[in-house]
Design a protein around this ligand. Structure first.
Ligand SMILES: C[S@@+](CC[C@H](N)C(=O)[O-])C[C@H]1O[C@@H](n2cnc3c(N)ncnc32)[C@H](O)[C@@H]1O
Length: 263
């Protein structure tokens, strides 16, 4: 279904994400859908994302990486709760939007965007263990898993926090029932998984946790989307219901998130 750009722009503005209508024209229909899902729906304003990060316990830190930051909404929320945030995404178009939104959003900390870890100064001359936390939402299944998990381990200080969330088979099943156009992409990911590749794959709860542990992390908590935290249960804040994604599809779990600390 084609996204109506006027409606998208108005719904985003209502959430405090201001973008002139002509900025949408450089984007693809997939980007428009992504903006609609991520930034236009109820509760998806800066305060909503910040409240979820408070629940997670990713606040009050010095240096945080948002890996695969997309349009940058999580980077900006992290930037209002932490001192310095690096948002990295390989899609230049998405980063342009992230920079645009950043220019119109006040954050107490600094937020820097780049296409690679080098761009934001994290590999080039960056010391090992310089990060306090890494946030990686709905990205890790697309990247070479062993390479980036070992980079995360290298970049984090001992005790540093890693949050990673991936799509599970239930998520892909639901996408398929919505549109058969998703079939080639999902088949490609399923085939990669079957032949043992570690990028563009379909994770299971077990395979994600195995990869996290293999690279020197202790798992603090794991579960469905928006259910885990670095904080003890008694200290967690109330959740924003509008931000909760469906947990299962036909009995299958849809998403899996892991909170881990670097040993
Ligand atoms: C589903 S989107 C999630 C974006 C964002 N984290 C969010 O929650 O809205 C996946 C993102 O991963 C990015 N990505 C994929 N491979 C990447 C890589 N090797 N390095 C950096 N970003 C990558 C894509 O460009 C895309 O923006």
């Amino acid at each position: 279904m084609k996204t109506d750009l006027e409606t998208l722009s108005q719904a985003m503005s209502a959430n405090g994400w201001h973008m002139a209508s002509d900025a949408f024209s450089a984007l693809t229909e997939l980007d428009h859908e992504g903006l609609y899902e991520e930034l236009a729906k109820q509760g998806r304003d800066l305060e909503g994302f910040k409240s979820r990060l408070r629940y997670l316990g990713m606040t009050g830190l010095d240096k945080v990486l948002d890996f695969g930051c997309g349009f940058g909404q999580w980077s900006l929320a992290l930037g209002d709760l932490n001192s310095s945030v690096f948002g990295v995404d390989k899609a230049a178009r998405r980063l342009d939007i992230a920079k645009l939104l950043s220019s119109k959003t006040e954050t107490s900390g600094t937020v820097e965007f780049g296409e690679t870890l080098e761009d934001v100064g994290l590999r080039r001359g960056g010391a090992d263990g310089e990060l306090d936390a890494i946030f990686c939402y709905s990205v890790f299944m697309f990247v070479p898993g062993d390479f980036f998990m070992s980079e995360f381990a290298r970049l984090l200080r001992p005790g540093g926090k890693l949050y990673v969330m991936v799509d599970l088979p239930g998520w892909h099943m639901q996408r398929l029932t919505r549109s058969l156009n998703a079939l080639p992409g999902i088949s490609y990911m399923a085939a990669n998984t079957l032949i043992g590749r570690d990028r563009n794959i379909v994770y299971t709860r077990r395979s994600l946790e195995k990869r996290v542990k293999k690279h020197g992390f202790n798992i603090v908590d794991s579960g469905t989307d928006y259910s885990t935290s670095f904080k003890p249960v008694a200290e967690r804040e109330p959740q924003v219901d509008a931000l909760r994604l469906p947990q299962t599809f036909m009995g299958l779990p849809m998403l899996h998130e892991v909170c881990a600390t670097k040993k």
